[in-house]
Design a protein around this ligand. Sequence first.
Ligand SMILES: *Cc1c(COP(=O)(O)O)cnc(C)c1O
Length: 400
Amino acid sequence: METQAIMDFEKQHIVQTYRRPPFVLERGEGVYLYDTEGRRYLDFVAGLAVNALGYGDPEVLATMQAQAAKLIHVSNLYHTIPHVELARRLVEHSFADRVFFCNSGTEANEAAIKFARKWARTNFGEGKTKLVAFSGAFHGRTMGSLALTPRDKYQKPFAPLMPQVAIATFNDLDSAEAVIDDATCAVFVEPLQGEGGVNSASCDFLQGLRELCDAHNALLVVDEVQCGMARTGTLWAYEHAGITPDIMTLAKPLGGGLPIGVTLVTEEVAQVMAPGDHGSTFAAGCLVTALACLVFDRISDPDFLAGVREKGQYLQEQLQVLQAKGVPISQVRGRGLIWALETPLAAAQVVMGGYEEGIIVTVAGEHVVRLMPPLIIEGEHIDELMPALERAFRKAQESA
Ligand SMILES: *Cc1c(COP(=O)(O)O)cnc(C)c1O
């Protein structure tokens, strides 16, 4: 099919839950994507923080080929090797004692909700079912996690939502204290909100939540679906606050582009779950978990993590240079390799301008441009981004 025919078919036959730009991506190499017309794009979205190792990585391909030749899927009914190897890596490098595998971020949060409800019921009886989340949060779009994602556009058309949810103000401990009580079974927080605009939870806030959860026998759930796995420069984004959660959810980058979700838990939480309590047909498939082992080994390497911090600092400096040059950016915020540019302009306009300049960036709100490149990005790519990004902003400014 011709490029235009592909886009026409999409318009006609795909449920229009996404507004896609006018090009068709066909292949990738390193940190670049190529469309069907042969145009090259420098990728600062990484498939929504998924493609941490970029495109066409030879180890990724070799691992997939080797595992695909052995076994792709047999279901959770049977013992297999790669899912155990992945679990071992995850528990050795985190607070967790056990993991539950699923297929996406929203599923990982659904599992966390169910685990918290059963944990509370088992230990404290009926009535301890309340869940707390925060303004600006994004925890997913299925009916449980959607209730923890307080945005009218996402929630209103699908009401009624799961009951027993309270929303407090992000980074406001007084607001959290007002809703966390003895009826609360779990508090969900992103240590760095991605979709909500790249907002870091302060150390005080995370420490305060830990104390409130302890005081009221509630579980602290950190959603690291977007900010985990080195994105902020440390393996886990909660590390800098010096706290330990009871549950952590992961997804986006772990599967190297294949779908995976994980709910990591302490032994105490795991103990309430029995055979048949929860499950998933596709979860922990051999292909995806074998690939995730490789992704995890590469990303958790201390040198790799140091590289993310270094390149992140360089990216921050260069973005601040852009701001100092008078590009309409009111704030530069982020950590590691996830950054937001707050702008008075329409962020979507800047993104469109970027496509014309051969760069791919995205939004995180109406006036926030978000950058989250593959973690293998180099300084030279950051240098390449800057003039194109500047032109995208200038263009948006002129047409405003
Ligand atoms: C993307 C995201 C999710 C949902 O993940 P899906 O894989 O799209 O279901 C949940 N939490 C956070 C923080 C996310 O960024």
